[in-house]
Design a protein. Structure first.
Lengths: 223, 225
């Protein structure tokens, strides 16, 4: 990872520079026009949340059952990223809702579940910081419960009548005029956000590892 | 072996509780105070809003549940008996199930008082559809207590356990509370909206399966030092 880290940073930066241009060039959606453009980043953010949740759930389970410190670091780093990306997703969704629905927030299932996810992962961070000895395991349990909510959040718009678009909207995208271009931009933005997630995750895991090494050295020096 | 261990843990908790009634009486009193506080918050000119009873009932149960969970495990910590329990050559999940059954017994007793009380104070017709209400309450309580018992047990070692328990428990159990409140509110409509209530009952059953499975699976590694 360390060898390709810097080149990847450059590539991601270039992709983030190109993303607004691609979004601007994509055709207008028929009813929301300019307002719909926020969708490209909104969707991409939630793809990053999905990736972070998956990584967090798996590494938390591995840490809990195998006790591997590497899995613990990855779990902690990805949990923080879930919190960050969910916050970004909630904010971008709220801005979009203000223009598309006329309200900042609505207590409908998808939004409620997303808010709950944010609470769970703020809980994760609080536990890790203030939980005292053994907090890592507690946090890992939170991570597993958090990851278990992901399928519910995804399917919530199909199970209940809500104002949030259903999951099928993505599959029907290519059938609409100009849909293929929009689809390509969606994919481009999602890949950009996923690479960003991977980069930040790698940097955060490395930081946590160095911090652990430093603690060990301090302890060794004191003895 | 599994069932016997779980029942033994339950019997132990019952024996301690019957000596003093400490946790039961404090939980009951707290739940009653919750209902009173909500009545001050919602009632205008002698009338509560139509759906308020369902929300008040479930919030009182959730808050009282946190208190009961905290107190039950505080007692274990004080006597260092949880450590002794875990040292026993018994399957760990059985100990979890025993503790869970104890918490459930406490919460069901609390509900037996709170439900008639909310019905009485807020003119809520809870008992027109007793079977549906019973299903909602029992499934909701099981889901809430399953996660609560796991978290309270693993927080025994943490210094800030009193603060952390609600912080961890509420976000995770929000789906259960929502399903309980919405299901109960559907029962309170006139006529009662039974299809919607059944939908929420099914939802609760689903969450119960997920929560109980995850808790049983995680209890052993979480309680191992």
């Amino acid at each position: 990872m360390r060898k390709i880290f810097l080149p990847l940073v450059v590539v991601t930066a270039a992709m983030f520079v190109y993303a607004p241009i691609a979004i601007a060039l994509a055709p207008y959606e028929s009813t929301m026009l300019l307002v719909q453009k926020i969708f490209y980043f909104h969707f991409a953010t939630w793809m990053a949340v999905t990736a972070a949740l998956t990584v967090c759930g798996i590494s938390s389970a591995v840490y809990l059952f195998k006790g591997s410190p590497v899995a613990d670091r990855i779990g902690a780093a990805s949990a923080e990223l879930v919190a960050v990306f969910t916050l970004f997703g909630l904010v971008s969704g709220s801005l979009w809702a203000r223009k598309a629905w006329g309200i900042w927030w609505d207590w409908e299932p998808r939004l409620t579940m997303a808010f709950m996810l944010e609470l769970i992962f703020f809980g994760y961070i609080i536990v890790r910081r203030f939980g005292g000895p053994g907090a890592e395991k507690l946090a890992a349990a939170m991570g597993i419960f958090g990851a278990a909510t992901a399928p519910f959040i995804y399917k919530s718009t199909d199970w209940w009548r809500t104002i949030h678009p259903k999951t099928s909207v993505m599959r029907t995208l290519t059938d609409t005029p100009g849909g293929t271009i929009m689809w390509n931009v969606v994919i481009f933005c999602s890949v950009t956000f996923l690479i960003l997630f991977a980069l930040v995750l790698a940097a955060r895991v490395r930081l946590e590892q160095l911090r652990g090494d430093l603690d060990r050295l301090y302890l060794a020096a004191e003895d | 072996m599994f069932v016997r261990t779980a029942l033994l843990v339950l019997k132990k908790d019952f024996a301690i509780e019957l000596r003093s009634y400490e946790v039961l009486s404090t939980t009951l009193f707290f739940a009653v105070s919750c209902v009173a506080i909500f009545s001050f918050a919602f009632v205008r000119e002698g009338q509560a809003p139509k759906d308020a009873a369902a929300g008040i009932l479930w919030i009182a149960i959730a808050f009282a549940g946190t208190l009961a969970l905290g107190r039950t495990f505080e007692r274990e910590r004080y006597g260092e008996t949880l450590k002794a329990l875990l040292l026993a050559p018994a399957p760990r999940p059985a100990i979890y199930v025993g503790k869970l059954l104890g918490i459930l017994a406490l919460l069901f007793t609390t509900e037996a008082l709170i439900v008639p009380m909310v019905a009485f104070f807020f003119h809520a017709r809870f008992f027109d559809q007793s079977l549906y209400l019973l299903a909602l309450l029992s499934l909701g309580t099981i889901g809430y207590a399953a996660v609560g018992t796991l978290f309270a047990a693993m927080l025994v070692r943490a210094r800030t356990r009193d603060v952390l328990l609600p912080i961890l428990l509420y976000p995770v159990t929000i789906p259960v509370i929502i399903a309980g409140v919405r299901g109960t509110a559907a029962l309170l409509e006139s006529p009662a909206d039974l299809p919607i209530a059944s939908l929420w009952i099914a939802m609760l059953a689903f969450f119960d399966v997920v929560f109980v499975t995850l808790s049983l699976w995680m209890f052993e590694p979480l309680m191992t030092e």
